[in-house]
Design a protein around this ligand. Structure first.
Ligand SMILES: Nc1ncnc2c1ncn2[C@@H]1O[C@H](COP(=O)(O)OP(=O)(O)O)[C@@H](O)[C@H]1O
Ligand SMILES: [Mg+2]
Length: 417
């Protein structure tokens, strides 16, 4: 049997573009080359799909600037043709222009819906048959159901959650609604719509700042009515990697809350104000390698911060999460009683099922000193860098990085173990 050809989709339009590039480089290096042939397709920050060009394995992962998908270096745009399933992927050769030849010009100008100017900008070359897609994309336009919907329309199997679960996990407001309905405890919060503030705000930033402060008086009243205890955490409903997440420590301070909401609103008009949880952050990797089988949970792990910059009362922020491997380490299993670890696994599987998960997800929880567990969020395409919790948690649970990638691809191909 020939090798199965897997498109690895990486990069993307979200703020987590570079993390995705690093994850892609690691996945490619770990891919079982005896069974699979990778076809990397990078998505630029502006949304162009490119094939060829720089191989992610050649990215400088330690250097600055962080890796990104760029045109040039032999990269070709990708064109998709619907209704052809795995045969619908093409590279565009912009050097040749079939529309320029007169026969095709006449053909292009016929049909009633066609523009009189040929839109084609090059010849299409098939990328060959694609058996499955492995999206390693984080955040909006990748992890949120949009790419999953596109792949459904194309008719190509892919790794991970489908449209519904992906969008449900991307939107923290709706994740909570689903989890609560399934009886799973979540962090108490209120959701606010900041579009009003944006609409009335002028472009002048100081004026907009004061508008957020004025609006925050109303938010403070809602926080009080909901009985949320301080500190509060303010965050965009649809973002990730701690972008736009702020801690608010001073009770009743409208300026502080207004500034936090304004920061979160840079990423999403829908903003959550949550009660701060004092518990430890415990993350559990869920894998559903078998299409009809029960999802499995890894040993839950904990990111232990080893170093904070002086005076930095920050939580688990972007740098400590992704960039600074000396800032933290993953402790797997987390240093908790076995019964609590088992409970985290049970809740994580229940949460995965509640959102109709498929393939994989990382369920993030807060575990209190009394052993109580609340789910903070679910990441349907968690990080896959060497210091990422998802692959590390599976490694500590007996599945190494390469085996994990194989299991995920098999889940999309319907092979499953
Ligand atoms: N309610 C909360 N209580 C305590 N810490 C929180 C709370 N919400 C967020 N945090 C901190 O902020 C980090 C990022 O928030 P999170 O909700 O996980 O958003 P993201 O999708 O950006 O990862 C968490 O890992 C945690 O350290
Ligand atoms: Mg998180």
């Amino acid at each position: 049997m020939g090798k199965q050809r897997i498109v690895l989709l990486y990069g993307g339009k979200s703020a987590e573009h570079s993390i995705s590039c690093i994850s892609a480089a690691c996945v490619l290096s770990a891919l079982d080359n005896h069974r699979f042939e990778a076809v990397p397709i990078g998505i630029t920050k502006s949304g162009d799909w490119l094939v060829g060009g720089t191989d992610p394995r050649d990215f400088d992962l330690a250097g600055q600037p962080l890796p990104s998908v760029r045109s040039g270096n032999g990269a070709h745009r990708v064109a998709l043709e619907f209704g052809r399933g795995g045969d619908g992927f093409f590279a565009v050769d912009s050097g040749s222009d079939p529309a320029a030849d007169s026969v095709s010009q006449q053909r292009f100008q016929q049909g009633p819906y066609l523009n009189s100017v040929p839109a084609s900008r090059g010849a299409l070359y098939s990328l060959g048959h694609i058996d499955a897609v492995l999206p390693v994309l984080h955040g909006p336009f990748g992890e949120d159901g949009t790419v999953q919907g596109l792949l459904d329309l194309l008719g190509v199997p892919y790794v991970g959650c489908g449209v519904f679960a992906s969008s449900a996990c991307m939107d923290k407001h709706f994740t909570k609604i689903l989890l609560k309905a399934a009886g799973i405890p979540v962090t108490p919060s209120i959701t606010i719509d900041t579009r009003q503030v944006h609409e009335t705000g002028e472009t002048c930033t100081s004026q907009q700042g004061s508008l957020f402060e004025t609006a925050a008086v109303e938010y403070l009243a809602r926080v009080r009515r909901a009985g949320l205890r301080y500190p509060l955490f303010v965050k965009p409903s649809r973002a990730g990697s701690s972008f736009g997440v702020c801690k608010v420590g001073h009770e009743g301070d409208a300026a502080e809350l207004g500034a936090a909401v304004r920061e979160a609103a840079k990423y999403d008009w829908k903003v959550l104000i949550e009660q701060g949880m004092s518990g430890r952050e415990i993350e559990c990797a869920v894998l559903a390698p078998h299409i009809d089988g029960k999802p499995k949970a890894s040993w839950p792990g904990e990111i232990v911060l080893d170093r904070r910059s002086p005076g930095n009362d920050q939580f688990y922020d972007f740098d400590s999460k992704y960039l600074d491997s000396g800032a933290s380490h993953a402790q797997i299993p987390a240093d908790l009683p076995e019964a609590t670890l088992r409970h985290v696994q049970e809740i994580s599987i229940k949460a995965f099922e509640a959102i109709d998960g498929a393939g994989l997800s990382r369920v993030d929880t807060f575990v209190g000193s009394d052993g109580s567990i609340v789910v903070n969020e679910i990441n349907s395409i968690p990080g896959f860098t060497p210091i990422s919790m998802y692959p590390k948690a599976w490694e500590a649970s007996g599945l190494d990085y390469g085996e994990l990638v194989t299991a995920l691809i098999e889940s999309a191909l319907g092979i499953g173990r």
